[in-house]
Write a protein that binds this ligand. Structure first.
Ligand code: NAD
Ligand code: DAU
Length: 351
């Protein structure tokens, strides 16, 4: 019997992890702790929120006493920590928000877990979800492995790197049982439309310009979000304590090639003329400190835990586009109001 606290469960990846755990493990109690920031949306969980093993607590991870109450109320045995400020562009505008949530919030959670589990740390796991961005940028060659030195370049990645270090420090200093995984770029249903793929899907639907940063030759390694959730499940149950696992799909795309593929697929699905959406591509001012290339070597999780992606990029992208086309209400609810202000302030001075 486990009572698992999953933080950030109302966000993009967190909602997929919650759905997987709540449905796959009816014997576990799954507690979703989320502050419901702009990125948190309980609509993401409306298909499973009636299930008897699912609980929601609206709590900010900056509020240590409230976290303690949640631990007591639900007798939390394990943590899977996803809550974070996650968008690089926002971190360039407001770095402190990232320091507070990603660093101080993580330390708050670690402190509560340290106090509540002190009788026997070996019975409890603190699983920290991190990113490949902590490793910095790659040149044309090479892959990030678990031993690549940390070299974060954005306020976002610096805050995530710091939180990873705190998790390791708590394992070393207090002998808490921890595990960290560093994943590449996710995409899929419920992805917030500030990130490349959902933003561009939305702009193609509404025939808005597609703002490509810089020369468009930046490279990312894309993984379908449900495959990330499956990797998290495996690491949570079978990962070795105090280890790190890199997660990625060996699926590198230059932004411009991915954008052209997206345009082609969407023209087909929307019944538009071939080549119509590509006309929307607009090169804009680059992101400051833009990392040139990320690529994950996922051989450790593959060899040691037997994980590999279950879908090809073409399948995952097609499923993602279909989901967005079938869930226009979800998209409309997000892209009205505050989102419009964000979009105007982020992109008006870029052209
Ligand atoms: P997201 O922005 O979609 O969701 C973040 C969630 O955290 C939201 O529900 C938000 O309400 C919640 N949250 C934010 N600040 C909080 C606070 N102070 N207290 C409580 N809850 C708070 O993020 P995501 O893309 O789902 O990423 C989830 C995690 O995975 C993050 O830790 C991120 O660094 C990591 N990650 C993301 C990717 C990716 O491609 N999206 C890849 C690798 C790792
Ligand atoms: O690598 C994992 C990381 O992937 C996660 O840790 C982050 O939480 C997640 O946001 C993502 O970071 P990126 O910066 O790689 O993702 P984003 O979708 O913002 O951008 C992907 C690429 O597309 C990047 O090279 C910047 C570019 N881009 C992005 C936007 C939003 C554009 O060219 N135009 C845009 O409008």
């Amino acid at each position: 019997m486990k009572n698992i606290l999953i933080t950030g469960g109302a966000g993009f990846i967190g909602s997929h992890v919650i759905r997987l755990f709540v449905t796959k493990y009816p014997q576990y109690k799954i507690v979703n702790l989320d502050a419901l920031t702009y990125a948190g949306n309980l609509e993401n969980l409306k298909d499973i929120d009636h299930l008897p093993n699912y609980f929601f607590e609206k709590v900010n991870i900056l509020d240590a006493p409230a976290i303690e109450q949640v631990f007591d109320k639900h007798q939390i045995t394990d943590v899977i920590h996803l809550a974070a400020e996650s968008h690089v562009d926002r971190s360039i505008v407001s770095p402190l928000d990232f320091v507070y949530t990603n660093i101080i919030g993580t330390v708050n959670l670690l402190n509560v877990a340290r106090t509540k589990w002190k009788d026997d740390y070996s019975k409890h796991l603190f699983y920290h979800i991190s990113t490949d961005e902590v490793y910095g940028a790659l040149g044309a060659e090479g892959l990030f492995t678990e031993t690549t030195p940390y070299h974060p370049n954005s306020p976002y990645s610096a805050s995530k790197a710091s939180s990873d270090h705190f998790v390791r420090a708590y394992a070393e200093t207090y002998h808490m049982k921890t595990v960290v995984s560093n994943c590449s770029n996710n995409y899929g249903p419920f992805h917030f439309p500030e990130k490349l793929i959902p933003l561009f899907i939305n702009n193609i639907i509404t025939k808005k310009p597609l703002p490509v940063y810089g020369d468009g030759l930046y490279t990312r390694d894309w993984l379908f979000v449900k495959d990330h959730a499956l990797a998290i499940d495996l690491i949570f149950h079978e990962g070795i304590a105090d280890e790190t696992y890199n997660i990625g799909g060996f699926n590198e795309w230059r932004n411009i090639d991915l954008i052209k593929l997206l345009c082609t697929l969407m023209d087909e699905k929307l019944g538009r003329a071939k080549g119509e959406s590509v006309q929307l591509i607009t090169y804009v001012k680059d992101r400051p400190g833009h990392d040139r290339r990320y690529a994950i070597d996922a051989s450790k999780i593959n060899k040691e835990l037997g994980w590999k992606p279950t879908v090809t990029f073409e399948q995952g992208l097609s499923e993602t586009i279909d989901w967005f086309l079938q869930n226009t209400e979800w998209l409309d609810n997000i892209t009205s109001g505050a989102y419009e202000k964000y979009y105007d302030s982020m992109y008006s001075n870029r052209v």
